[in-house]
Ligand binder design. Structure first.
Ligand code: NAD
Length: 260
């Protein structure tokens, strides 16, 4: 990643998936900028940014167009161009990440879609003009986009739309040598995940039933991020890469599998 510059959006703390990707990219020589959402998170994001030598730490709330504009204006001013963006942002009212999907309200549906899906397209719109030598955009998804997971509810619907956005953006941007991919991560204990009802049960289920018989780490998601954001992934676009200990491949686990 020597000589490549990229923006990391979605670090809340050192357990964030975005941090797993950022620290891996930094180890491989990338120069990074970070965004943070709201002043309360600055005190967590700033020291992490300093740890990897990042000088640009910018406020950005993706629900605010002016805030997204200001982020990319600052990047343009400092760097002039951009090679990659990591979008690791999602939000839904935790009261609706419990119980039935049936009870999703219009207000939370729209807000969840805005923050967790549309924001990736909003970011792409601003990043693309800066990707003058081609580029790579990566967002984060979850298996709840493809199959029903307990309590994932409206977030599953938003992730399905996000994965569809990845494919549409890949086609729109392929001619400019800009690649667009998603990583579908297995369950990881983060701030956002703590809002999902029975999350510990999901973690345990994944651990018992995934082919690798364990959960993944943010460092392992970082490895996939490095592949997709570097020239190693030069031929890959429109892809949803699962980093989930293989859980998505399993239809049913044999009765005696646990004892093997
Ligand atoms: P996290 O809480 O560390 O990160 C979520 C980030 O979203 C935070 O930094 C938060 O500030 C940001 N965010 C929320 N609303 C925002 C807004 N309006 N403007 C700007 N930023 C906003 O949790 P995480 O688990 O690392 O989540 C990162 C991504 O990974 C999310 O898209 C999440 O859905 C996805 N993901 C998580 C898991 C998991 O099990 N943790 C699994 C698969 C996918």
């Amino acid at each position: 990643m020597d000589g490549k510059r990229g923006l990391i959006m979605g670090v809340a703390n050192d357990r964030s998936i975005a941090w797993g990707i950022a620290s891996t990219l930094a180890q491989h020589g990338a120069e990074l900028a970070f965004t943070y959402q709201g002043d309360a998170l600055l005190k967590r994001v700033k020291p992490l940014a300093e740890q990897v030598g990042a000088k640009l730490v910018l406020p950005c709330d993706v629900t605010d167009e002016a805030s997204v504009d200001a982020t990319f204006a600052a990047i343009e001013k400092e760097w002039g161009k951009l090679d990659f963006v990591v979008h690791a942002i999602a939000f839904s009212d935790k009261n609706e990440l419990d119980g039935l999907y049936l009870n999703t309200t219009r207000g939370n549906f729209l807000r969840t879609m805005d923050i967790s899906c549309y924001s990736f397209t909003a970011v792409a719109q601003r990043a693309v003009p800066l990707m003058t030598d081609g580029g790579s955009l990566v967002t984060l998804s979850y298996y709840g986009a493809e199959r029903v997971m307990p309590h994932y509810n409206v977030m599953g619907v938003a992730k399905a739309a996000l994965e569809a956005s990845v494919r549409y953006l890949a086609v729109d941007l392929g001619g400019r040598n800009i690649r667009v991919n998603a990583i579908s991560a297995g369950p990881i204990k983060t701030l956002a995940a703590s809002g999902i009802g029975d999350f510990r049960y999901i973690l345990k289920w994944n651990e018992l039933n995934a082919p690798l018989k364990r959960n993944v780490t943010i460092g392992e998601v970082g490895g996939a991020g490095l592949f997709l954001l570097s020239d190693l992934g030069a031929g890959v676009t429109g892809e949803v890469m699962h980093v989930d200990s293989g859980y998505h491949t399993v239809g049913m686990v044999a009765v005696d599998a646990a004892s093997e």
